[in-house]
Design a protein around this ligand. Structure first.
Ligand code: DUC
Ligand code: ZN
Ligand code: ZN
Length: 453
């Protein structure tokens, strides 16, 4: 073949299926050849390194208005941090105002995302005020939003009848529904009872959102999805009760999928016992759970009862978190994880022996691409986008607010040591991260038209 733009030489290619030594040739944004002794205008030596697909994070909230606040990372700072950690595509969210069409809301959100440094897509949220707009779903799917978000909690929650209608409409366009599964009636009753009794501290957050009720909500929506005959993807699984329901559905051959997130794999509910704002910082929903739940999640990832690790990256500052110290239900929920996910899953998933290097790539890259319709991403193969990470398995990085690039003044992972970190990140053939430094341009990321068929 003719000389390629870039050739990554001497690395070990890791896919979800296999690992092997080969060079990777890149031309005009694509992988154009895999083989031995390839030559390129620029040659990058990857001796001793793993060459993986760029990771895909299908659950992030960047500059997202939530309650009185806006989540701390912008599309620029959040995607820059993601790229430094080896993530080359994200999926964020669109919420439609009552007097707007879904396509208008999509266009508004696309404008917001214009400074992204990596490629992106959006889940279209179906809010209660969207139930009479379900005839817009074919146009939304056509526009490239192949997945639809349903809430069972918060102000945007749908009741069971609305969930039935929404799932039928998503099924009819061939989309993937994603769901936040919690039992809002029980949660709000327990919060009211606690606040009435003066139980206002963050430690009451997990006690108001018991895992048995996360399991109940997940079971209920799995049943409705099964009745409707649609696949379903459950967001931020935190506990054994949900894992067991997904595993049972998979056993029955149903297309039910689940993700968990770093916060549930690395932190536990004792974090809420810390004094002052420290106890408020890790408030997220569902809440952090027990060490036993944590082990269950790791084992579920190994056994394919959970298929994906995403982040639910949704940071708020220390000052914003502190506004809820007199009422834990007002603490803005969410933690930062967008940068550490891919290396953390290598260090604590692969190095700790939970699963293989191929399963790591499957969980972080290939399955998220497949389930969410990134048809040219998530794999190292000819014809795919040259979204590639050159991963140094020996590079040690200690996580801290200083070492991370997220635009927020704390991290829940302070002091956690990664053994393995991206040496380089390429997005569509462009080198955008080198030795931990971002070297790309704001706005180079593109909206990806996702399709499931
Ligand atoms: N929980 C959510 O459901 N979304 C944003 C952050 C959080 O903690
Ligand atoms: Zn959620
Ligand atoms: Zn979320």
């Amino acid at each position: 073949m003719s000389t390629a733009d870039i050739v990554i030489k001497n690395g070990t290619i890791v896919t979800s299926e296999t690992s092997y030594k080969a060079d990777v040739a890149i031309q005009s944004e694509k992988i154009v050849a895999l083989g031995e002794n390839l030559s390129g205008t620029r040659e990058i030596d990857a001796t001793g390194k793993l060459v993986t697909p760029g990771a895909i994070d299908v659950h992030v909230h960047l500059e997202m208005p939530i309650g009185d606040f806006v989540s701390a990372d912008s599309f620029f700072t959040g995607t820059r941090a993601a790229a430094i950690g080896g993530t080359t595509a994200i999926v964020d969210f669109v919420e439609t105002q009552p007097d707007e069409t879904m396509l208008t809301a999509l266009a508004v959100r696309q404008k917001k995302a214009a400074k992204s440094v990596i490629d992106y897509g959006f889940h279209m949220t179906i809010c209660p005020t969207d139930i009479n707009k379900l005839d817009q779903l074919p146009a939304v799917y056509q526009a490239g939003c192949a997945s639809f978000k349903l809430y069972m909690a918060y102000g945007l929650r749908l009741d069971d009848g609305q969930i039935l209608q929404a799932l039928e409409a998503v099924r009819n366009v061939g989309g993937m529904p994603v769901v936040h599964a919690e039992n809002w009636e029980v949660i709000t009753s327990m919060i009211a009872r606690n606040l009435d009794a003066g139980r206002i501290e963050p430690r009451w957050h997990p006690r108001s959102r018991p895992s048995i009720m996360e399991g109940e909500a997940a079971g209920r929506v799995i049943n409705i999805a099964t009745l409707v005959g649609t696949p379903l993807y459950i967001f931020h699984v935190s506990c054994a009760e949900v894992v067991n329901r997904i595993a049972a559905a998979c056993q029955d051959g149903l297309p039910i999928y689940g993700e968990t997130c770093p916060q549930y794999l690395f932190l536990t509910d004792t974090a809420y016992d810390e004094a002052d704002v420290e106890g408020a910082l890790p408030v997220c929903s569902p809440p952090l759970r027990t060490p036993a739940d944590q082990v269950h999640l790791w084992e579920a990832l190994a056994q394919n009862s959970l298929q994906v690790v995403s982040t639910d990256h949704c940071p708020f500052t220390r000052a914003e978190k502190a506004t809820g110290l007199e009422d834990y239900s007002r603490i803005p929920g969410g933690v930062p994880s967008i940068e550490m996910r891919f290396p953390a899953m290598y260090t604590f998933g692969v190095q700790s022996g939970y699963f293989s290097v191929n399963r790591w790539v499957d969980i972080c890259c290939t399955t998220p691409a497949r389930l969410f319709g990134f048809q040219r991403k998530g794999h190292i193969a000819v014809g795919y986008d040259a979204d590639v990470v050159i991963f140094d398995p020996n590079c040690e990085v200690e996580l801290s607010t200083d070492s991370l690039h997220e635009d927020v003044d704390w991290t829940p992972y302070d002091g956690l040591v990664m053994t393995g970190w991206p040496a380089m990140t390429l997005s569509r053939g462009e080198l955008i991260v080198e030795d931990g430094c971002f070297v790309g341009q704001p706005g180079r990321g593109r909206f990806v038209t996702r399709r499931l068929t």
